[in-house]
Design a protein around this ligand. Sequence first.
Ligand SMILES: [Zn+2]
Length: 181
Amino acid sequence: MGHPDDDGEHGTTEFQPSADDLVERNRQAADAVKTPGMAAAPSRHVAVVTCMDARIDPLAEMGLTVGEAHVMRNAGGVVTDDIIRSLCISQQLLGTREILVIHHTKCGMCGLDEAAFSADLGQRLGARPSWPICSFADPADDVRAAIATLRASPFIEHDTAVRGFIYDVDTGLLNEVSVSS
Ligand SMILES: [Zn+2]
């Protein structure tokens, strides 16, 4: 997630839904993206947890191709119960044995004031979230916490290879987060 003010204005142009255009593009792209006969299990046995930020293309970022990895994304790339759910299914049913947790620079979840956001939602939408917002003050610390969560989870294989990184959206480089063991 990026800060809305990272790259100029938003909401200043009239919104038009994209679905029709995207379906049309699908008709053009189908031959190039179809994968008849490809196995569902990722061939590299790797799962990537990262942010939904629109600037990030996880496959391109690591030179991965379709079929090689599972990619789980949410706001922040945080290890939530639902990410644990997906990772457990990924490991138990589809054979992954390695996890990369990747946060990134300029993430909108970094420094987000949860109390203010929750109060704002209550005011504008009439309900406060029952779910954790999962913002963080420091992306590297959150990566370390995510790795600790994975290590402690009974649903993640104990011998899983786990590494953590910060992706720099300005340089395109992954920088590893050191984890003391
Ligand atoms: Zn983000």
